[in-house]
Design a protein around this ligand. Sequence first.
Ligand code: AMP
Ligand code: GLY
Length: 365
Amino acid sequence: MKILLIGNGAREHAIAEAFYKNNKVQIFSYLKSKNLGIVSLSKKFEIGDYNDFEKIKSFAKKIKPDFAFIGPEEPLGNGVVDLLKGIGIPSVGPTKSLARLETSKSFTRNLLRKYRIDGNPKFGIFDKKNIKNAKNFLDEIGQCVVKPDGLTGGKGVKVQGDHFQTKEEALGYCNEVLQSHLAVIIEEKLEGEEFSLQCFSDGKNVAAMPPVQDHKRAFIDDRGPNTGGMGSYSCENHLLPFLTKKDAEDGLRITQKVANALYKETGELYKGIMYAGLIATKNGVKLIEYNARFGDPEAMNVLPLMNADFVDVCNAIVSGKLNKIKIRFQNKASVCKYLVPEGYPNNPAKNERITIGNSRMPWNR
Ligand code: AMP
Ligand code: GLY
């Protein structure tokens, strides 16, 4: 069995390790930059950009993999799944159109609204033409959050009380966003604990992994600037200290309805990971966003706990038989902590050794 793995982060290393447990598998990896962890598990690897479709195509044609697994959002947003489909290679990962679940926040909010799926906060979508209505909308809701419509690496979202204080500042930021984006979304600010519910989807059947909580602030006690993630945990009982069984089930129910709605809307089956970024509020579980891929670091929390063979799970996703297999996770807690360079995230030191306490890490020796 040959698998093409696209991506070069810690997340893709966790994915490669999960595949590697199956000794019939050969991993071929396509990476933006070299990750020794992934490369050491790969039979062959290729370094290239995620938008270099010629390079990806020729690597894939040489390998003829049984399927491809796409780790990061960038190649998904570029349409790499459509490219591979065009040469007869199925993927675990959505097509460009379905990846809008992550790449377009307005698409997802409108989808939930159109199909009457619970989980949306109050929201309004504004472009240069109707931005004059934004002030009235802001008066209707309490505190707000302003989001550019499109991929921003999690950095374009600004939250009232956190990144700005007044409605005037919110409007100012909306106008700033519209200089570089076609639309901006204003949402009611939701209060509660956030959690990540990563689900497998074959387009019809959706199965949840244990929920994980990711901490994004740079410093302890959830202080300091937002980062791509500093650490995360999951619990032995597959819930979280603030999360009830019903909350977790509601998150899965919403995601199953979204998979059904995506099929109705596009005629395409979503085959891949649906990562729901949810928040447990006093009015129930609400949706912050979807990602069309595993979380980084959340993949590291749950993949090592999975009892099922990950290759079987991916085959079931590709063939639409997710309902035929049992996916169980060990009843163990997991914790990830990121080692980041001095100055991260605003001014990270580059090409410096990272040491912990007095001990050098093995790769620094
Ligand atoms: P997003 O890119 O949509 O995940 O937003 C980044 C972060 O902004 C989230 O992880 C939340 O902490 C925060 N956020 C986004 N939308 C909301 C909302 N409606 N209410 C409260 N916080 C939000
Ligand atoms: N851990 C957040 C993300 O992967 O988007």
